[in-house]
Design a protein around this ligand. Structure first.
Ligand code: ADP
Ligand code: MG
Length: 779
């Protein structure tokens, strides 16, 4: 005990000396001066005092005022200054991995230290932290995982939960867990940070926690809505795409091109018309839905181009930030702009992109000021909305949308589509333009659409499937998931919870009494969706590990096959080259990955990706995930040390197909062949379509009666994404337990087997059959 104490004391003194030396060096002084100029600095004493006195403090303040980089650092510095540096352990969570990394890097630089010294970070698959690290930036997911094994956060003195206003699922979940932990850890300090002023909500959740607001200053930003933008740029709109609530696409074409003077009225009339044509009860949701599919398409791109040209030609100096919905749109617009005589000229425009999976070298560029006479244009996703601050932005272009997962509990379908942002987000985006001087914001939608936006976005907990979350909750030794979730800031629907519990029972992660099974315990440790975790284990069991490993890593990432808006056909053709007539997107992925590895060995990985519309970043991430999964499975004793043993049957296509089926069940659709067409029906009798980029969408007929798929996605109609054809026998043997409800009427061909599966006495027989099959396949 006292030995440890002594070591820590000695280390604390060393930390103090280093800190003082840095702060007195010329460079350190400059940094200290910069930090003193931030609004947070004026509140420093008040903040430290409040945190010392209260167990929970809620802090709000404009983006850029210094919450993330300064507040945890103030604690660290004051502990070091008082000679207790080595005794404190501060954790600060971020919703996104990229912000955890950039912020840690920034704070290290402010302290004149290399990353991984007193300040470090940890995100999935990556980390930089050493034995001297006392301030750790990590994703909220990482802290949740730690809480699974370290329920009291032993040794941690301060926890900051950042960006709580975003209401991410992990953040809401963390708050429930931390709230329960506080009485057990009286000395632990919890600090919640938010960019908006709805601090009261969080304060009252913690029984009236202290609130501190950091007053900030931003310059006024002028808002231009679509009607003004058209006038400013002289751009002519010719049509609006709009999709009604029955999934029918309607294209409103204005009769003539909109004459400049008539524009304002006509646009308003068009939107009015769209609103009047839907028959929802609730006005605001009706307005949101009926306008939900408008923009940004190629019309949007050209309009953005026109706005950017206008800024470059006519406006004062200053960087431009363009908010887009996702990486595909960004890369597509970037290509379009690169070909433009003005915007593509590197002597006049520095065109940069900013999105979740960008490389670290790219990240640094976005903060740097370009040489004079060169205008910086930054194409970004909504991650630039609050978590990172770029100082020289004077102009913001806002397309008004963000990709958002919504979850329809009734149909048990996650829906991913670009949807309108909230008014709070729109204001936040606008605010990005007023950091250094008065700014301009171009909203590419009419004012009346803005007014129909929801005030705040729905919390993620209420709009995503809860499978993974419920499994994690269970591994916190919680008795009733429903009860646990009912203590959330805004609890999810009981039906959504029930769906998740049913699902976990079906895959065998929970038993009849909702207790965690062995399988469930293991699945909760694997950082991947439970059903993919199960697929991984089966891949190991059945000795066809390698292809399954690639598939699971691929499915838990974004799709490596890119689908740029204007090159969908080319991209689809490129992907179909990886399909060896085996009716499987999953096998195509395996081939694409194998090809990439070969290309990488020959030094032509970049060219390979370019040619095949593949994302090299995603492939690299898949590569890293494969390593991580392999490590975890080896640790758990589920893999043989010898890779050849694990892959003895990897060449056996039917077996790999069977394992895919086992993992993806109950995602099954029957293939209904008609004379000239095919249609697809899921077990709940839903009609689904194949995603355009699926290799199976390219065939006239599919040589399998069933397709198994990972997820249904609702984009107006329900689509299935990646699919693999399977035979009757595979479905019977590997399809998992079938619930009578799901079976009813729809799996006609399997009727004879229903009784078999429903009889518990035959469960053993079923398992033996699987074993038999395995032996058979091994021959
Ligand atoms: P908040 O969390 O309140 O939004 P931050 O702590 O992230 O604010 O940032 C405070 C200030 O620090 C910013 O306004 C910016 O001037 C500066 N800053 C933050 N990150 C960087 C960086 N990576 N490079 C340069 N300056 C940065
Ligand atoms: Mg911040």
């Amino acid at each position: 005990e006292s030995m440890v104490e002594k070591v820590l004391q000695r280390r604390s003194l060393r930390m103090r000396n280093m800190q003082r030396t840095w702060q007195e060096s010329p460079e350190g002084k400059r940094m200290v001066d910069f930090r003193k100029s931030l609004p947070a600095f004026r509140e420093k004493e008040r903040l430290l005092e409040s945190i010392a006195r209260n167990q929970v403090v809620v802090i709000s303040g404009e983006t850029g005022c210094g919450k993330t980089t300064q507040l945890p650092q103030y604690i660290l510095e004051s502990e070091i200054e008082s000679g207790r540096g080595a005794f404190c352990n501060i954790i600060c969570t971020q919703p996104r991995r990229i912000s955890a990394m950039t912020v840690a890097e920034r704070v290290s630089a402010e302290r004149g230290e290399p990353l991984g010294e007193s300040v470090g970070y940890k995100v999935r698959l990556e980390g930089m932290k050493g034995k001297n690290t006392h301030l750790l930036f990590c994703t909220s997911g990482i802290l949740l995982r730690r809480l699974l094994t370290d329920r009291n956060l032993e040794g941690i003195t301060h926890v900051f939960v950042d960006e709580i206003h975003e209401r991410g699922m992990n953040e809401d979940f963390l708050l429930i867990v931390l709230k329960a932990l506080l009485p057990r850890r009286r000395d632990l300090r919890l600090i919640l940070m938010s960019a908006t002023l709805n601090a009261d909500l969080f304060s009252s959740y913690f029984g009236g926690a202290a609130i501190i607001h950091i007053p900030g200053f931003t310059y006024p930003v002028r808002a231009h809505f679509l009607e003004d933008v058209l006038e400013i740029t002289g751009y002519k709109l010719t049509s609006f795409n709009q999709i009604d609530d029955y999934g029918q696409e309607k294209v409103w074409k204005t009769q003539k091109q909109l004459a400049p003077r008539k524009k304002k009225n006509q646009i308003n009339a068009l939107v009015e018309d769209a609103l009047n044509n839907s028959n929802f009860d609730n006005y605001s949701s009706r307005a949101r839905d009926s306008i939900s599919c408008w923009m940004p398409d190629s019309i949007g791109f050209n309009l953005i181009e026109a706005v950017l040209c206008h800024i470059c030609r006519k406006e004062r100096p200053g960087a431009v930030l363009v908010f887009m919905t996702g990486w595909e749109d960004i890369s597509c617009l970037r290509d379009q702009l690169k070909a433009h005589p003005l915007l593509g000229d590197p002597n006049r425009v520095l065109l940069l992109t900013c999105h979740g999976s960008m490389a670290t070298s790219e990240q640094k560029l976005i903060f740097e000021r370009p040489p004079p006479n060169i205008r910086k244009i930054l194409l970004a996703t909504n991650m630039a909305e609050a978590s990172i601050t770029i100082n020289d932005i004077v102009f913001v272009v806002d397309c008004g949308k963000a990709k958002e997962t919504t979850y329809d509990a009734l149909n048990n379908t996650p829906c991913l589509l670009p949807s309108w942002i909230s008014r709070a987000s729109a204001r936040q985006r606008r605010g990005r333009a007023g950091r250094v001087q008065p700014g301009e914001c171009y909203h590419l939608y009419p004012r009346c659409v803005f007014e129909a936006f929801a005030e705040y976005q729905l919390p993620e907990l209420l709009r995503t499937p809860l499978n993974s979350l419920c499994l994690q909750i269970k591994s916190l030794q919680v008795r009733s998931i429903g009860e646990f979730l009912s203590s959330a800031l805004q609890p999810p629907e009981p039906l959504a919870v029930q769906n998740a519990v049913d699902f976990l029972k079906m895959i065998g992660a929970l038993d009849e009494n909702e207790n965690l099974t062995h399988l469930g315990k293991f699945l909760s440790v694997l950082p991947v969706d439970p059903k993919l975790g199960k697929m991984l284990i089966m891949g190991a069991m059945f000795r066809c590990f390698d292809p399954v490993l690639t598939i699971v890593a691929g499915l838990s990432m974004r799709d490596p096959f890119l689908l740029p808006q204007d090159k969908k056909d080319l991209a689809g053709t490129a992907k179909s080259r990886f399909s060896a007539k085996d009716y499987s997107d999953h096998m195509a992925l395996v081939r694409a990955y194998e090809g990439w590895k070969d290309a990488d060995r020959e030094g032509s990985a970049y060219e390979y990706c370019w040619r095949n519309f593949l994302s090299s970043q995603t492939l690299q991430a898949i590569h890293a995930l494969r390593k991580q999964f392999t490590f975890i499975l080896k640790e758990a004793g589920l893999l043989d040390a010898d890779s050849a043993t694990n892959n003895r049957l990897s060449h056996n296509q039917s077996l790999v197909r069977a394992v895919i089926c086992a993992g993806l069940f109950p995602g099954v659709a029957s293939v209904v062949h008609r004379e000239t067409s095919m249609s697809f029906k899921t077990m709940d009798d839903g009609q689904v379509l194949l995603y355009a980029n699926s290799v199976n969408a390219r065939y006239q007929t599919i040589q399998y009666p069933w397709l198994v798929f990972g997820e249904k996605v609702k984009v107006n109609t329900v689509f299935i994404r990646d699919s693999t054809g399977v035979s009757d026998s595979i479905l019977i043997l590997f399809g998992g337990a079938l619930s009578p409800g799901a079976m009813a009427g729809h799996l006609k061909m399997l009727e004879g087997y229903i009784e078999f599966f429903m009889d518990p006495n035959l469960a053993d027989c079923y398992l033996k059959l699987k074993e038999e099959l395995q032996k058979l396949l091994q021959k």
